[in-house]
Design a protein around this ligand. Structure first.
Ligand SMILES: C[S@@+](CC[C@H](N)C(=O)[O-])C[C@H]1O[C@@H](n2cnc3c(N)ncnc32)[C@H](O)[C@@H]1O
Ligand code: SF4
Length: 447
């Protein structure tokens, strides 16, 4: 008999996992040493668990050629941000990597993805990009990482594109928005269909996975212009197409026009039809949902960086306003470029706010962000959280199934084709249901 075996005074065998035995009759047997009981703990691998956990790095480049009229991102416009500011920013990024790697004990961690996003990373020169990459190489171990780089097509140059493979870039994401020159011109951008296609073709020649972003709901969009954009996108041979729906925030220039009645945008019904048309065309051209807004050729070429972030893997965000989550804590940097530069100059980590994730936060994240991948694996969820989600949320799931947005196939919950259009609604609905059950709150279920 193992020395861990407990026997009650009445001779009954007690297992450490037996939570119920005390309920029969009050008993003082069964001292609880630890929970979960140590016999369920597993030997630690030789490499420490901390260093073997994958790490993802995000670099925010907050500069753009122009402020697009629909955009809400906090960016500095290049005409107002001289070459010196960009130099100072790149220096600061390198310094931040050095400081954070030491302070957070990240040196030597295995990096599985790197993402240069913005703003517009392609406004940095190949030399500036190489400096950041050299700093990454010096502080981390690159474990065959996915390396994503965002480009606004108008900033594209052969010199830039030729430098990307040497940096290790293997995924290029173009912000196209629309292939209709009239619609693009109304946004304040300077791209044209012809320039876009040339840049995309050249990028495909580098061997990188190429993604293009389309944005539905722009000023001047008509059924014909949207259809043109979708059809052009599917005909270019790119690996992935992302379809965003316009989000309106108070700091976007569009808001002024709307407030003064000088701007009209496609209405909800039109937007819905744009999305339905997009999904149908993507699917019939072999682009399957990899997430609820990115469609990839035959469902291959998933974007590791974003999916890992949604799964709660460690991701550190460098640069002004960058955010991430590391060691179970969500963190975001200061958002103004000047504040960011000042912090770094003074040797301070430019952290603005943070939140220690609770177990409930993580359980909700795996539902809300998990559904962005279009599928929740129920047995995997059970393994991570010890909970049968389909039992706990049976009523909420039934509701989404009855509205045609969700379906269950064995151990998987999937968004339907229509559910993909309402992906965040479904995630928030299930998340709210989970919160109510776990906290005992009775808040109405609203996504
Ligand atoms: C950081 S930007 C991409 C790189 C580059 N700045 C560009 O615009 O080409 C990422 C994507 O966000 C999307 N986006 C920008 N403003 C948006 C908004 N108001 N609502 C929804 N998506 C938006 C656009 O599709 C854009 O391509
Ligand atoms: S859409 Fe892209 S280029 Fe335009 S302002 Fe936003 S981040 Fe900059």
């Amino acid at each position: 008999m193992s020395k861990n075996t407990l026997i009650s005074r009445s001779g009954r065998l007690l297992t450490e996992r037996d939570l119920d035995y005390r309920l029969e009759t009050p008993s003082r047997d069964g001292f609880v040493v630890a929970w979960p009981p140590q016999r369920h703990w597993r030997p630690v691998e030789k490499t420490s668990q901390v260093t073997s956990r994958p790490l993802h790095l995000y670099f925010h480049i907050p500069f753009c050629l122009q402020r697009c009229r629909y955009c809400f991102f906090k960016v500095g416009i290049l005409s107002e941000n001289s070459h010196e500011v960009r130099e100072a920013y790149v220096d600061a990024l390198c310094k931040e990597v050095e400081m954070v790697a030491d302070a957070m004990d990240l040196r030597g961690r295995r990096v599985r993805s790197i993402y240069f996003g913005g703003g517009t990373p392609s406004v940095l020169s190949p030399e500036q990009l190489a400096r950041v990459k050299k700093t990454i190489d010096a502080h981390f171990v690159l474990d065959d990482p996915e390396f994503v780089f965002e480009i606004e097509p108008v900033t594209f140059s052969n010199r830039l594109i030729d430098s990307l493979p040497d940096l290790g870039v293997n995924r290029i994401s173009f912000g196209v928005q629309s292939f209709d020159d009239r619609v693009v011109a109304l946004t304040g951008r300077h791209d044209t269909e012809e320039k876009n296609c040339r840049a995309i073709e050249r990028a495909l020649g580098t061997g990188a996975v190429v993604n293009i972003d389309l944005l539905s709901g722009l000023e001047g969009e008509t059924e014909a212009s949207w259809r043109h954009s979708v059809n052009r996108a599917t005909g270019l041979g790119v690996h992935a197409i992302t379809m965003y729906k316009l989000e309106l925030y108070s700091n976007a220039e569009y808001m002024e026009g709307l407030k003064h009645g000088k701007l009209s945008l496609p209405n909800n019904q039109q937007e819905l039809e744009f999305a339905r048309y997009g999904i149908e065309q993507f699917q019939s051209n072999g682009y399957l949902p990899s997430t609820y807004f990115t469609f990839t050729r035959e469902g291959k070429f998933p974007q590791r960086h974003i999916i890992s972030r949604w799964r709660g893997e460690d991701m550190y965000g460098f640069g002004a306003s960058a955010f991430g989550s590391i060691n179970n804590e969500s963190r975001q940097n200061v958002s103004e470029i000047d504040d960011y530069l000042k912090c770094i100059k003074e040797g301070e980590i430019p952290l603005h706010r943070s939140l220690k994730n609770s177990s409930l936060d993580n359980m909700m994240r795996d539902v809300i962000m998990g559904l962005k991948t279009t599928t929740i694996d129920l047995s995997n969820y059970h393994k991570r959280h010890g909970i049968r989600l389909e039992s706990l949320l049976s009523t909420a799931i039934e509701f989404l199934v009855s509205t045609g947005l969700l379906y269950r196939d064995g151990e998987k919950l999937h968004l339907t084709q229509e559910g993909i259009i309402y992906g965040d609604y479904c995630g928030r609905y299930l998340g709210a249901g989970l919160r109510n059950i776990m906290t005992g709150e009775q808040r109405p279920l609203r996504a």
